[in-house]
Design a protein around this ligand. Sequence first.
Ligand SMILES: [Zn+2]
Length: 421
Amino acid sequence: MTRKDRTEGIYSRREVLDDSERRQYYQLQLKDLLSYAYRYSEDVKKRFDRAQFNVDKFKALSDLKHVPILKKKELIFLQSMGPRLGGLLTKDLGELRRVFLSPGPIFDPEDRMDDYWGWTEGFYAVGFRPGDVAQITLPYHMAPAGLMFEEPLKNLGCAVIPAGPGNTSSQLDIMQKLRVTGYIGTPSYLLHLAQKAEEMGLSLRKDLFLEVAFVTGEKFSEKMRTQLEKKLDCVMRQGYGTADVGCIGYECFHKCGLHLSNRAFVEICHPDTGIPLKDGEVGEIVVTAFNKTYPLIRLATGDLGYIDRAPCQCGRTSPRLGNIVGRVDTTARIKGMFVYPHQVEQVMARFEEIKRWQIEVTNPGGIDEMVLSIEAGAFKREDELLHTFRERIKLRPTLKILAPGTLPPQIRPIEDKRTWD
Ligand SMILES: [Zn+2]
């Protein structure tokens, strides 16, 4: 079977706009979005009025900085403030296609228009091509990931196997029998699949047929990429986005940062002041997706990165996110899920025997591992605790029970000891 060329081509003309065309495009999109959102979103109107931001005075891209930052965590409270998700939506819930729920808890609305989440150009850049058989190993329930990534595959003319997470041996069985060419999931799960396949005595190049992998939700090292690409003989590229706005950036064949999606305006800002920083400076990634249904204007993602405008060999002219270097606050992203300390605290509060707790995250061999240490005299409700934890946080930690007074006096709720070399 001849392999497809996954290195060439551009999906949309917008990916190759020159600098002045791009600025003009952003300017028009933002102007249109701000006016529409001010008119139809109660929350946006309130926020603009409070900040005395006059939409008519929006003349240049740099005027956007006068709109106050919207922190991702604020969504939890704002959404509970009344109908239409607290006035954040510009239409009624019943007019949408789907509403998801991601941890936080935060609702993620999805409208009916084509390519709502905006991943199609990114999936093309990553290397997906018509005729691919693609296996999605991300969740299909509640959280948007699974269905979000079906959309670009449908648009590109690929078949989808909605496998969802887990069931590693079935996943491998499907991959062999259906000669699956594309993988969609976390990098660590791909590593896990490869390890399991080898344990079962399979040849990763002869028994599996993977040619392209889109990975997301976790950081991974170049070492891990090189290792997996070589073992599986496939192209492994990553995308970056959130459940609130969809696609923000994606890698191309040349893997030198994530090209910013053409469906959003991205700023790198000081995490405290919200003031935009210069190219190359590390700050919080602040996104304004051109989404009139759910206009999250200047959404601060909590992720840290920087902008690189050096030309890319692929010909795309969009600026790139140099790297996602970490999280702004203590909120950790473990195995692709946000783990908020206050959510963990809510779980722990149900167990009065637990005096103190701490989560420690490591990534031996590139796979996230989470240890939940609790201080408790005689703790007998291990199963109940793990069950409740999993229900709320969607992850299963390794539990360590310590005698009272074992943890150091000053501790961070989530100690992130992961390394990315
Ligand atoms: Zn490129």
